[in-house]
Design a protein. Structure first.
Length: 375
């Protein structure tokens, strides 16, 4: 099935029974305003307007903070003090879920996250990742050998200034290492108290089942946004069946869905978008109707386009917790405004009907990145 036909099928499938696939009809019964276990605003000095959700048995804020852009992933260089201040600003606004990885920098993101969160480490949940050969000086090569996993975890613990990782992901599935060996190693780390929960990133339903059978997963992380909905058909049924949470990265479409990018936007090498099919001049021009649709619905709900992009996914499942990233305090404040707004099942159905009429162009990944995604 080609890209355009897939989008049509995915969109129309989402309409079935106003949420048979997406589960929107169950959201309001399942989501909780605060996590179990007493994570109250009085205890943590957190605002009451942030919803909290469960990824498996892990309590997180409904919106987390992705800390990859801070290392210049989309171009630019950022001051350490400014980024630490940004992370702490997110915490002050109710965010208790922070996402990083050893390969981000490498090491820079984990180091900054560790320093930023040290004053209130016991009140937040940190997710980090292993899976690339950073420790071996090969940061673009897949590596999930058990000895590498242990070295990576020890390094992450040191940089994060902590004795445990709340959520440890396998960054990418390594086809050369049996999933049973990977899951078994993480299980040992959990028994040692160094890891509390574990997850996978960009994993297929087959790999998810294999891993979960050895050591139950709390979350799976994948790219997911209004314009990239493949997880709905590929892994959502498996996640729902097994009780595994979902953590979307790039939920704002790498800023495309916010409306700040138009058909004349161009990207230079050093900006992650420079070689992505969705960001070619032709694709940008072709996909502008989606930006217009998001803007229309944002105005209808009285929110910004960035907020609508998050509201859309938060309204689909009670076990979705996106991790938008930013380096800008104003952008942080903007998307955190989506924390309490939701779409009704009827609105979800209405939006999807309009969405299904839009023809989208461009794949989400370049060929090399795509080659490392588990199918």
């Amino acid at each position: 099935m080609d890209r355009r036909n897939f989008l049509k099928v995915s969109s129309m499938a989402a309409l079935s029974a106003a949420g048979a696939l997406t589960g929107v009809s169950k959201i309001f019964a399942q989501s909780s305003s605060m996590p179990k276990g007493g994570l109250s605003s009085e205890k943590n000095n957190l605002p009451m307007n942030m919803e909290y959700r469960k990824l498996g048995n892990l309590d997180v804020s409904a919106i987390g903070l992705g800390c990859l852009p801070m290392v210049g992933y989309y171009g630019g260089k950022y001051d350490k003090k400014d980024m630490i201040a940004l992370i702490r600003r997110a915490y002050d606004k109710g965010v208790i879920f922070f996402d990083t990885a050893e390969v981000y920098g490498p090491y820079t993101s984990e180091t900054w996250v560790g320093e930023a969160l040290a004053p209130f480490r016991d009140k937040v949940k940190i997710g980090t990742k292993f899976g690339f050969g950073v420790e071996e000086g090969q940061p673009t090569a897949l590596n999930s050998r058990p000895d590498h996993i242990r070295r990576a975890v020890e390094g992450s613990l040191k940089r994060l200034r902590t004795d445990h990782i709340d959520l440890l992901y396998q960054h990418r599935v390594d086809p050369n290492i049996p999933m049973e060996d990977v899951a078994g190693t993480v299980k040992d780390l959990m028994q040692e108290g160094k890891v509390l929960h574990w997850g996978m990133s960009e994993a297929s339903a087959r790999s998810i089942r294999k891993a979960h059978a050895v050591c139950p997963l709390s979350a799976v992380q994948s790219e997911y946004a209004i314009w990239w909905r493949e997880p709905e058909t590929k892994i959502f049924p498996t996640l729902e069946e097994l009780g595994i949470g979902f953590v979307p990265y790039c939920p704002l479409g790498r800023a495309f869905l916010t409306g700040v990018i138009d058909e004349n936007s161009r990207f230079k090498k050093g900006d992650r978008r420079w070689n992505l099919p969705q960001f070619t001049p032709e694709a940008l021009k072709h996909n502008m109707p989606l930006v217009a649709l998001v803007r229309k619905w944002a105005e209808r709900k009285g929110i910004t386009p960035a907020q609508f992009a998050l509201v859309w996914m938060l309204s689909r499942k009670s076990w979705i917790a996106p991790i938008p990233g930013t380096t800008n305090p104003d952008h942080l404040d903007d998307f955190l405004g989506a924390a309490t707004v939701r779409l009704t099942p009827y609105e979800m159905e209405e939006f999807d009907k309009e969405y299904s009429k839009i023809d989208l162009m461009g794949h989400r990944a370049d060929p090399f990145t795509e080659s490392q995604i588990d199918k």
